[in-house]
Structure formats: C-alpha cells, structure tokens
Design a binder for this molecule. Structure first.
Ligand SMILES: [Zn+2]
Length: 63
C-alpha cells in the first residue's frame, strides 16, 4: 500500500486509489480543476463577433 498523496497519513484504498478516501480524491480533483481552468489575468480579449459588431465597445486593456 502507498500513502495517500493528499493527507499522507492514511494508505490508499482500492476504491479511491491513489487516495485514502473520497474526501481526499475530491480535494485532488478540485486542485486539478482550479489549476487547469483558472482564467489567467492576461487572457486576450475575445474576437469581436462580426454579426454583432454594434455591441462591440472599444476599450483599453491593462497588460
Ligand atoms: Zn487521504
């Protein structure tokens, strides 16, 4: 058995391996989710929709 990578206190179980419990599996999932889907502050502005150009308001971005 290997230790749970989240709490490092309990051994992994067959059901939730490599985690010890659903709680630790959820913690890992939320970390992964936040790390991959966090919106970067430097994200470029979306392309204007040519079919909806009347709604495009010019603005300056802070880089
Ligand atoms: Zn754990």
């Amino acid at each position: 058995m290997s230790a749970c990578p989240i709490c490092k206190k309990r051994d992994a179980t067959e059901t939730f391996k490599p985690f010890c419990s659903k709680r630790c599996a959820d913690i890992d999932l939320s970390r992964w989710f936040n790390g991959n889907y966090a919106i970067p502050t430097s994200e470029p502005a979306p392309m204007p929709d040519p079919n909806n150009s009347a709604d495009v308001v010019p603005y300056s971005r802070e880089d």
